[in-house]
Ligand binder design. Structure first.
Ligand code: CA
Length: 726
């Protein structure tokens, strides 16, 4: 290891120690499979012996579970001279990167073998990041037909660093005895590292605040408990008020649970309790009831809006009232752009009366007070903010330790809309407007030109590394709003000519930039002009790119009102949506699920990685994010509604949760995301309302600075048009 690397390593280690205030998660390998039948994050392998599997993955059993809704099924037949193994992998989630100590490996086992005497128990090993295995430990399961905790001290596994659970990537079960056996079945659940084996009894008793029935699910909410010894909240349902069955668990930092029953017009009873870290249950809450009911299309849309809105309301970061990057993920980290989207979702929520105006005012006061004092760089906010101190959090790497102009513009788009919403003459609403104006006026958009005669705006700036990332903002993509707001700024504006010289640049810089990310010459001139599946595309790289390009800038800015010398952006966005839709209907890679009611390739979580998917074979990975189609309501309302209904009614059992639709799913791989993303939930709430009545479009359009910016752009466009005619 060279000196530079050692130094970097030390710096990195030190940085990790400093972030101790982040929430510590248990390092877990399995709690529940998001999907039925087989567990995506597992792998089986056998020779002569047999490990029962589906798609070379462990089976998922719904009937017998330690925590509802399911457990892993380890069924095997040993053969002399044979072997089998089954690996259960830790599922990495963005921002779930601070873990409790791994002093014990804990899991729960249920011996379900027919004659109830398992003699051929499996062995257990841990797999390290380099794929090597620790030595073996025998699984001590003997008693039949009951759940028993297996607790193995870390010292049993040489090579396991108790302070760094992330050094282990899987728990591996394998054949122990070299002899023939009958079929053996053990259910395994809640595999995780735990810091200690004892747990305090929970004396607090929960209560359900509200239970509300929708078409096929009931939403149950409670107050977040203060006792940090509570590991989980367990939810029980009954259809007769007497016989309750456990239906789900929830994390203690989330205050609601969506129970998807799959039935309409049915009455249900609920009670909940708290679990300590040994899964011992507290006393039950009183019973609450709710009935599912038929919803109209409009009510279904509102249901999606309200659930998505809750990500930014109940799910907000505590201190600032702003949005997290994803849930579950970092709990003290604010995502700037997602917060701007969330602000617009909060406005929708206020308008739809999900909360009172007074609640909204109080929240916005928290928001603007926090933002006014948070660290900025030439007035621009960083991509991520540490909520505990208001300073930049370089979550995407040490170079990203300063301003992010694009995220700042997403935030500002929301704040300027809020400035037009809170028009009251009382001191509170005035304060909201004034502080937004302060935040807006101090952003030095012109600083981000890098040089005074620059044609372009630049994405990032670092206080100690200056322009090291050096990312030029060139369209067409999600960053139109950045140019529009830079032109609109009354204090540090850039000339409207930069829309054409920078954003729509047509010289070598622009062409190279576009063909590099698009991997095609299509659209490299900003204009495109090709026809894809019968749909002509005026502007856009490749065949339009991921569909979020048609959402982010146009949640506040009305695309109907943006016409440059090349196209009108409502029409162009509509065509991009149509190309995306047609591609998914055609489905050239034959992914399962794609069709008229399942479309909208975009940026989202995935079974293998987060990626920005596009409607072409190179960038289509088989995963669909509900936000893709649903945030496209203004462009393709019928197709968006078909997708909404399909996702809810057919996939709701795994896809619907406490904040609405989970981020993404992939039927081909039998995978569903377990997170919600701050950039993906709000666009659904906002664009549904824009489709209904142009709510956010009208609000932002009323802003005098925004209007002045659009007028300046119009003059520039007129000038360009006249030059062209000549
Ligand atoms: Ca479970």
């Amino acid at each position: 290891m060279g000196l530079k690397k050692v130094l970097l390593f030390c710096l990195f280690s030190a940085a990790c120690c400093c972030k101790a205030q982040e929430y510590d998660y248990n390092y877990s390998f399995f709690s529940n499979s998001a999907m039925p039948d087989d567990y995506f994050f597992s792998a089986t392998d056998n020779e002569l012996s047999m490990i029962f599997n589906r798609n070379f993955r462990l089976l998922v059993n719904k009937k017998t579970a330690h925590t509802p809704g399911n457990a892993l099924q380890l069924s095997y037949i040993n053969a002399k001279g044979g072997r089998w193994n089954a690996s259960v992998f830790h599922q990495q989630k963005r921002g779930m990167d601070h873990f409790k100590k791994a002093n014990f490996l804990s899991f729960w086992a249920y011996n379900a073998t027919a004659d109830s005497t398992i003699k051929d128990l499996p062995l257990i090993q841990l797999m390290k990041t380099d794929s090597s295995l620790t030595e073996t430990v025998r699984v001590p399961v003997t008693e039949a037909n009951s759940w028993k905790q297996v607790l193995i001290p870390a010292t049993s596994f040489k090579g396991l660093d108790v302070n760094n659970p992330a050094g282990i990537i899987a728990v591996v079960f394998s054949q122990q005895h070299d002899r023939n056996s009958k079929k053996q079945t053990i259910y395994i659940d809640d595999i995780e590292f735990v810091p200690e084996k004892t747990a305090a009894k929970i004396t607090a008793i929960p209560s359900i605040a509200k239970a509300t029935g929708y078409a096929m699910h009931v939403d149950i909410s409670w107050s977040i408990p203060s006792d940090r010894n509570i590991k989980l909240i367990k939810i029980y349902r009954s259809v007769d008020g007497t016989n309750f069955i456990p239906v789900g668990i929830q994390q203690p930092y989330i205050n609601r649970y969506a129970d998807f029953t799959g039935e309409t017009n049915r009455k249900y009873y609920y009670k909940i309790n708290f679990l300590n870290s040994n899964y011992e249950e507290s006393d039950f809450s009183p019973v609450t009831e709710a009935s599912t009911r038929q919803l109209t299309d409009d009510e279904l849309m509102t249901m999606v809006q309200e659930a998505s809105f809750r990500y930014y309301w109940d799910g907000a970061e505590n201190k600032s009232g702003l949005a997290k990057e994803n849930i579950s993920g970092r709990q003290n980290m604010i995502a700037t752009g997602a917060s701007g989207f969330g602000i617009m979702a909060l406005l929708v929520g206020t308008e739809k009366k999900f909360i009172t105006r007074l609640d909204a005012v109080n929240r916005f006061i928290t928001i603007v007070n926090f933002l006014e004092k948070a660290q900025t760089f030439h007035g621009a906010f960083p991509h991520f903010i540490n909520a505990t101190n208001g300073k930049v959090e370089p979550f995407f790497g040490e170079n990203d330790n300063g301003a992010d102009l694009v995220e700042t513009s997403f935030l500002m788009q929301g704040l300027l809309a809020a400035r037009q919403y809170f028009t009251g003459n009382d001191a509170q609403e005035k304060l909201i407007r004034e502080k937004i104006t302060t935040i807006w006026k101090r952003i030095e958009w012109d600083w981000f030109k890098q040089t005074p005669d620059s044609k372009f705006l630049y994405w990032h700036w670092s206080p100690d590394k200056a322009w090291v990332i050096n990312h030029t903002l060139i369209g067409w993509n999600e960053t139109m709003v950045t140019y529009l707001l830079a032109i609109a700024s009354p204090t540090h504006g850039v000339p409207a000519s930069m829309y054409y010289s920078g954003w729509a640049n047509q010289d070598a810089t622009g062409q190279n930039y576009r063909s590099a990310w698009g991997q095609t010459k299509d659209g490299s001139m900003y204009t495109n002009g090709n026809t894809y599946g019968g749909v002509k595309l005026d502007v856009g790289v490749s065949n339009g790119g991921p569909i979020f390009f048609t959402h982010y800038s146009y949640m506040g800015y009305d695309p109907h009102l943006i016409t440059d010398i090349y196209t009108n952006y409502f029409r162009n966005n509509q065509r991009i949506a149509k190309i995306n839709y047609n591609y998914c209907v055609q489905n050239p890679k034959k992914y399962r699920g794609y069709g008229k009611d399942c479309w909208g390739l975009t940026a989202c979580d995935g079974p293998f990685d987060y990626s920005a998917d596009e409607p072409n074979e190179r960038q289509d990975h088989g995963k669909i994010a509900p936000t893709g189609a649903i945030s496209s309501f203004p462009y393709l309302p019928e197709e968006a509604m078909a997708a909404l209904k399909n996702y809810y009614f057919n996939y709701g059992s795994f896809l619907w949760g406490e904040y609405g639709f989970k981020d993404a799913f992939d039927i081909t791989n039998n995978w569903c995301s377990e997170i919600y993303m701050g950039l993906n939930q709000a666009p659904m709430a906002v664009m549904i309302e824009n489709h209904r009545n142009g709510f956010l479009w009208k609000l932002l359009g009323k802003d005098p600075d925004v209007k002045a910016g659009m007028d300046r752009l119009q003059l520039e466009t007129d000038k360009m048009r006249n030059n062209r005619v000549r």
